[in-house]
Design a protein around this ligand. Structure first.
Ligand SMILES: *Cc1c(COP(=O)(O)O)cnc(C)c1O
Length: 231
């Protein structure tokens, strides 16, 4: 089980590395938010991370988080859904999570919009883009991004905040750089096209977040780097 002290220590190291990467890129650390990916870890680990002042958490299974959420009542945090969302879980997800970071089809976006309307909330979301990662099918193809993003204009209960991607896992994180660059360019392009800011670029995980920050990440999604190995 994850120890409070080790999570705090891990966080300190992550923060140092974020500061160094930001420094190299001439960016301020305040521009970069850590989303702690707590999937598979117990609520105690989330509490420990929260005590260490983390306020953003990501989970990839609705059912798993449903069980945890009741034990986390009252905890002041923003809960991100980062996984593949099945149609029959959309309502529950909209109820449980504060942001959906993995919207990858207009069909899903429409269902989210409807569920958000029922919950009487405006739901912030990210579009997930598929950047040639062979190990996952999740994410909208680059060619379909424009049509998906334009579809949001008819979905008043969703607020498109930016883009997310999971590049291929490459042993040398430096090799992931072109993917991060690409995601930033797609965001800049789309932002211009839609005439809205799209401030969020969620990219970079435990093994490659420094490169992602150098390329403009505003959110890094860190799991093992904070909580240790997942079993
Ligand atoms: C699990 C996961 C992460 C965290 O990965 P680590 O390598 O443990 O940091 C980040 N993003 C997504 C979408 C994930 O599913």
């Amino acid at each position: 089980m994850a120890q409070t002290s080790s999570i705090a220590e891990n966080l300190e190291r992550v923060r140092e590395r974020i500061a160094q990467a930001a420094g190299r890129a001439g960016r301020r650390t305040e521009e970069i938010t850590i989303v702690a990916i707590s999937k598979t870890f117990p609520v105690e680990a989330i509490r420990a991370a929260h005590e260490a002042r983390l306020r953003h958490f990501g989970e990839n299974r609705v059912q798993e988080f449903d069980a945890k959420r009741t034990k986390l009542a009252g905890l002041d945090a923003t809960w991100h859904f980062i996984g593949h969302l099945q149609s029959n879980k959309v309502r529950r997800a909209v109820h449980l999570f504060d942001r959906i970071d993995s919207v990858d089809s207009l069909e899903l976006a429409r269902k989210l919009d409807q569920a958000a309307a029922e919950e009487k909330k405006r739901l912030p979301v990210l579009i997930e883009i598929h950047l040639g990662n062979e190990t996952t099918k999740s994410g909208v193809a680059e060619a379909d991004l424009g049509a998906l993003a334009e579809g949001f204009s008819l979905l008043p209960h969703l607020e498109l905040r930016g883009l997310m991607a999971i590049p291929p896992y490459l042993d040398d994180p430096e090799q992931a750089r072109p993917y991060f660059t690409k995601l930033r360019e797609l965001r800049d392009d789309l932002s211009g096209r839609l005439g809205s800011a799209l401030p969020v670029l969620s990219m970079g995980m435990s093994h490659d977040f420094e490169v992602a920050i150098e390329e403009g990440a505003t959110e890094v999604r860190i799991g093992t780097g904070l909580f240790g190995k997942r079993s």
